[in-house]
Write a protein that binds this ligand. Sequence first.
Ligand code: ATP
Ligand code: MG
Length: 266
Amino acid sequence: MPLPSKYLMAVYYIMSRKRSKRKQPEREEFVLHEHEKIEEGVFDKRTMLRLRRLFTHDIISSLGFVIATGKEADVYLADPGSKISADAVVVKIFRIETSGFARRMLYITGDPRFGKIKGGMNNVVNEWCKKEYGNLKIAALAGVYAPKPYYFNGNILAMEFIDNNGVPASTLKDTELSNPTETLSVIISAIKKLYAKGLVHSDVSEYNILLRGGTPYLIDFGQAVVLGHPEASYFLQRDVENIIAYFEKKYGISRNIGETLAYITG
Ligand SMILES: Nc1ncnc2c1ncn2[C@@H]1O[C@H](COP(=O)(O)OP(=O)(O)OP(=O)(O)O)[C@@H](O)[C@H]1O
Ligand SMILES: [Mg+2]
């Protein structure tokens, strides 16, 4: 089967970013080295083939620029395919060879949705990606502000782009809120709605909340666990403590942790 031309264009785009290795000034060399690490980590052969499926399934029509590179995943912006009615699609590609194996196992082992995972790191990453997709579906069912999940395949997840007029939304950490009390209430109510659907995000922080038109959106659901996980109540308490501590430190708002937990679980 011939490759779709848009797929080829994306491949050329990625390849074109592998710049020449002539002697570079120190800073450029560092940047080049970082880029190579990203590309080697993300776009291995398997990932390329999976990326192709996003084109053949009409989820994306071209791959754009990197929005963010994290320790474990890189986040790209893409043009939508015919199946998606939105202006853009976010494509999160998890690195296969990554550290964080032990950290991930903590959230996977004990989640009754997952059995024993065989086959090493590759499968752990795939399970993680599938888990984020499933968790985003639950968030959508719960009516929580979070990216709508579109599609996943192996280590690739496609989801709704959280933006402000086409610009990637900023994190809570990088935003000065005009009504922090209200924002904190919306975040706590999101935690409550997730809890009611049996899910604990497990990494609620100023880094995993984006502000779209002033509304806080929870992102990064890979580590979210169901209530059957033995550490679920510990993760819930940690989420609540972290977010309350952030609002207290930055905005001087105080909220009782015990009462908030009782509200969430009540
Ligand atoms: N749906 C989205 N819409 C807009 N921006 C997004 C979206 N998803 C992720 N991002 C951007 O990508 C960044 C990293 O995403 P995310 O937190 O899901 O990945 P991560 O693997 O946890 O990365 P990190 O290790 O940096 O935390 C976010 O901080 C945000 O800036
Ligand atoms: Mg994150």
